[in-house]
Design a protein around this ligand. Structure first.
Ligand SMILES: Cc1cc2nc3c(=O)[nH]c(=O)nc-3n(C[C@H](O)[C@H](O)[C@H](O)COP(=O)(O)OP(=O)(O)OC[C@H]3O[C@@H](n4cnc5c(N)ncnc54)[C@H](O)[C@@H]3O)c2cc1C
Length: 470
């Protein structure tokens, strides 16, 4: 098998140095997609929220809200309906349904999941406290005594309290400082208890929900919504990956050291021409060896789909990535995806500027294959030895009319900082405000570069981010 490691060596190094060519090879540029997909998903989610609350509106006569007690209970019931709906949305977002993963992208989904998670927690706590206070006032007893009565007398109420407790715990683990302090796998497994919340919530909603316990169209509608979400979960997590992996039977073909802390893993499989992989997308990878099969890690292939092989270029940062060095040819691989909107199909302009920091070059390198010629690439690395895939980048410079700038130096070096300032960027790429900008790198670099780009006049909608964080 031949891999693309033998392209003619080009120029490299310096602070910054530039490669540029003028011959243009044929490029496979995909048609544009535009933001309609994201808007459609948002519209459906808002319409669903309206539908979830509407039955309360229909079934509650105006004159039933005259007392404070009735108003508190009613507000609690609305919060309960909102919470029930948001819980379904949360699970749907995590279903990995291809239509969502390709229209929204993992990073957008993760952002929505975090934001909706906070709203869900507020809705659940509001539901519990408002309904409890309302009932306690009605019975003229304390909230604590009323909570005891509910737990004793109502079937499924214990489950509902446990679900609220789990959600509160998950809410806390979502706080950034706590999340980053926990090992990723522990955080991930804690989050799987979200499915338990769905099960417990199901019983509670249908046993006690004022709008749901009676048979009728509203109850049927909610049951259908639950079934659809369960089907999405089964489809996205089981059926689609099973189909992909049975079709391609991916295996490790080779592991190659790119530098002391980065490797490339080459994979082969059957009928890879049917793998619908766009440059810049990622998949979740499971390497089926004794100690690793239970962990799925996201990596973006560092070359666009080519029908013959897939390559992951991985920086060793922890236990899992360090272990990938020991993979042997023939190891079976399980993949889920491809996902993500960091693709040429999501461009908004004719020309592009790509900015990569460190291992952030992987999706950028793949994206270069599918963007229209005339792109510019700024590649930030600490030392010349940290520059990955440089021969291929120089080949792009020669063949795809791409200007490649290597900006080398440590984080505190004034030179590279100046190059990535609004003035520095404008000097390197004078028409940058008219380009899409594709940015992937460590969080610090991404944040400061987005600020510089905005100051240099690049509209937000033209800035595309891959942050390596889900
Ligand atoms: C969409 C996406 C694409 C990526 N593409 C690449 C790539 O092409 N090349 C590359 O070198 N790195 C890539 N990464 C980063 C890579 O996934 C992590 O570096 C790797 O999972 C770290 O695992 P570890 O056990 O070695 O390190 P750890 O020290 O355990 O983890 C380091 C950090 O990686 C993240 N992480 C760990 N495990 C997971 C997981 N199972 N799922 C999601 N995030 C996790 C966490 O934020 C964690 O804090 C990508 C990440 C994302 C989200």
């Amino acid at each position: 098998m031949t891999y693309p490691r033998t392209h003619a060596a080009g120029r490299r190094g310096g602070t910054p140095s530039r490669s540029g060519g003028r011959s243009t090879a044929a490029v496979r540029v995909p048609p544009r997609r535009g933001p309609a997909g994201r808007r459609a998903v948002l519209a459906v989610l808002w319409a669903g929220l309206l539908l979830a609350v509407l039955p309360w509106w229909w079934q509650t006569p105006d004159d039933s809200l005259r007392t404070t007690t009735a108003t508190l209970t009613a507000a609690g019931r609305i919060a309960g309906l909102v919470a029930g709906y948001l819980l379904l949305v949360q699970v749907l977002l995590m279903s990995r349904l291809p239509v969502l993963e390709r229209r929204l992208g993992g990073e957008q989904i993760a952002r929505w999941h975090r934001d909706i998670g906070v709203t869900l927690l507020v809705a659940v706590l509001a539901h519990v406290s408002l309904v409890l206070t309302g009932y306690a006032r009605l019975q003229r007893q304390s909230v604590l005594v009323e909570a005891g009565v509910l737990l004793r007398d109502y079937e499924d109420m214990l489950g509902a309290f446990v679900a609220a407790g789990i959600l509160t715990l998950l809410g806390f683990t979502g706080i950034r400082a706590i999340r980053t302090a926990l090992p990723y796998e522990l955080w991930h497994h804690l989050h799987l208890s979200g499915y338990l919340v769905l099960l417990l919530g199901f019983g509670h909603q249908f046993a006690h929900g004022q709008q749901l316990f009676r048979p009728g169209p509203v109850r049927t509608g909610w049951i259908v919504a639950y079934l659809l979400v369960a089907a999405a979960l089964l489809g996205g997590r089981v059926v689609v990956p099973l189909r992909l992996n049975l079709r391609h039977g991916l295996r490790v073909a080779d592991v190659v050291a790119e530098n002391p802390d980065t490797i490339s893993v080459y994979l082969t499989g059957r009928r890879l021409n049917l793998l619908d992989l766009r440059g810049g997308q990622y998949l979740r990878w499971r390497f089926l060896t004794a100690g690793r099969w239970w962990q799925a890690h996201p990596f973006s292939p560092s070359a666009a789909g080519n029908g013959r092989w897939v390559r992951l270029t991985v920086k060793v940062v922890g236990r899992h990535t360090a272990g990938l060095r020991d993979l042997t040819p023939g190891t079976r691989v399980w993949a889920e995806g491809p996902a993500g909107v960091f693709t040429a199909a999501h461009r908004t302009r004719g020309r592009s500027l790509l900015i990569a920091g460190g291992s952030g070059i992987t999706p950028i390198r793949a994206l270069l294959e599918e963007l229209p010629p005339g792109a510019a690439l700024i590649y930030r690395a600490r030392t010349p030895a940290d520059v990955l895939l440089h021969q291929e980048l120089d080949w792009f410079a020669e063949t795809y009319d791409t200007d490649v700038w290597y900006v080398i130096g440590s984080r505190d070096d004034p030179g590279p900082r100046r190059m990535l300032s609004p003035q520095g960027l404008r000097q390197l790429v004078p028409d940058l405000a008219d380009r899409d900008v594709w940015l992937c790198g460590p969080p610090g670099l991404v944040t400061s570069t987005v600020r510089a780009l905005r100051q240099a006049g690049v509209p937000r909608r033209q800035i595309h981010l891959a942050t390596f964080e889900l």
